[in-house]
Every structure is written in C-alpha cells, then in structure tokens.
Ligand binder design. Structure first.
Ligand code: MG
Ligand code: MG
Length: 258
C-alpha cells in the first residue's frame, strides 16, 4: 500500500476542486423537491462543473466489473433513491414526497479530485428516515474529528462502526472510504468498520474520502441489472455522507465545503 502524501500546493488545488464539489451538492440539495427528475439534477451538476472550469470525475468511470468493459458510468452524479446506496444512474424517474436521495459527485480541477456525498430528504420524510440521515451524517462528523496525527486508520473505521451500530443501524462492508488526490481512488482503503490502534499512522498531507454508508436493515447489498446501481438486498433504507479531508499538523481540514 502506497499512500501519496500531498504538498501544500497540491492540497490547495484539492481545496479548489473540493469547494466546487461542495457548491454543486449544496445547489442540488436546494433543488431537490417532489417532481424533479434525477436527470435534471445531473444536468445542473454538469453545468456547474463546466462553469467552474472543472470536469466530472464520475463520467466514463470504468465499471468495477472487469467483464463489463463497455459499461462505463454515463453521468456526473450518482443519484441513489431510498434502498439504493450508491451508483444510481440519473434518469427520468421523478422524486416523490417521502423519498431520500443520496447524491455523490466528483470534481476534477487542475488534475485533482474532490469527492463528496450527501443524503437529503424529498419533502417530508418518516421519523425513521430522518434518524438514519442524522446518524450517518454524525458518523462522518465523528470520523473527520479523528483524522489527526497520533491516530491510525483503524481509529477512523472503529469510530464509524461503533457509533452507527450503537444507534441500531449497520455499516456496509462491500464499499469503503479511500485515499483521494490525482486519482479518485487511491490507497488506502478506509472501511467503515475496524479496530482501534490498528493500521497506518496518520500523517500530515494524507487526503482521504471518508464515507460512512449506513443501512437501516441488514448491510447486504445487490447490484441491479443496469450493472451500476447498488441497493440493499432486503430493500431497507440506506444513507451515505462523504467529505474529502486532509490530515494536517493541527485540525483536520474538510476540503469539500462549499
Ligand atoms: Mg463519492
Ligand atoms: Mg468516494
């Protein structure tokens, strides 16, 4: 495993990529309402990327299944509804009151990637859905808080798992957080489960995409027939929050704020 340490100049570029990504998610979250299609949200993201002189990190991303060489990703965002966790393809499907929508977006600016995600309510949602969103966002906040020199990768993983399971939800096993920089997916892999005091010690200049993925039911997942959309096997609701974060000499820095 080779974790790429970024210079201050490189982190400055990641901050610009990240800020664009944060602004896009902020704008999309405001646009989410019953009746809008996820394709309209994707169009907004593409327009904002172009206006910022940036490009989508997800568009044409190769399918993780090596047999599906022609199934590269067709959009700028992932739009995953209710029991869909990640990689939902934007479509003419209209959002309904009571849905929850996970939006994941990646921005490439001057060769560097910003990667972040949010899950947002569509109109009024159930109390259970609301709590799932709150617990998942809080898992991310807690994970960021431990991104400091003196801690190890396992401390991030354990922090997420302990919080989520303590709230009666489950963490997903098949997808993880990751290093991010010139490539959207760099070493290390950062599972949302693990043990404290294990793994690589954190160092200034490490940049991570932390992304708790939480299910209200069992954590088992299926990939739908479009070869992209990942959903819970039992149809339960799930949520996903993500930020790109830099380890520094002091406070962790969130690079994907608007
Ligand atoms: Mg992402
Ligand atoms: Mg990511």
């Amino acid at each position: 495993m080779a974790i790429i340490i970024k210079s201050d100049q490189e982190i400055a570029l990641m901050r610009q990529a990240g800020r664009t990504n944060g602004r896009i998610l902020e704008a999309l979250a405001r646009a989410v309402r019953p009746g809008i299609t996820t394709r309209a949200l994707d169009r907004m993201a593409r327009d904002m990327l172009r206006a910022a002189g940036a490009t989508p990190a997800f568009l044409n991303y190769p399918n993780p299944n090596p047999l599906l060489v022609d199934a590269s990703y067709p959009a700028a965002i992932n739009a995953s509804i209710n029991d869909e966790l990640v990689h939902g393809i934007p479509s003419r499907r209209r959002l309904k009151e009571g849905d929850i929508l996970s939006i994941d977006c990646g921005t490439v600016y001057e060769g560097f990637v910003g990667d972040s995600a949010i899950t947002v309510p569509v109109g009024r949602i159930s109390a259970e859905a609301r709590r799932l969103l709150e617990v998942t966002e809080e898992a991310l906040r807690r994970a960021i808080e431990v991104c400091r020199v003196g801690n190890r990768l396992g401390d991030i993983s354990a922090t997420i798992q302990e919080w989520v399971e303590g709230q009666g939800f489950n963490v997903v096993r098949e997808y993880t957080g990751h290093g991010v920089g010139r490539d959207m997916h760099e070493d290390p892999s950062i599972p949302n489960w693990g043990k404290r005091n294990r793994g690589v010690p954190l160092r200034p200049g490490m940049t991570f995409a932390l992304e708790p993925m939480v299910t209200a039911g069992a954590p088992d997942l299926v990939v739908r027939a479009d070869h992209w959309t990942v959903a819970t096997a039992d149809g339960s609701l799930c949520a996903h929050f993500e930020h790109t974060v830099a380890v520094t000499d002091g406070e962790p820095e969130i690079l994907t704020l608007p």
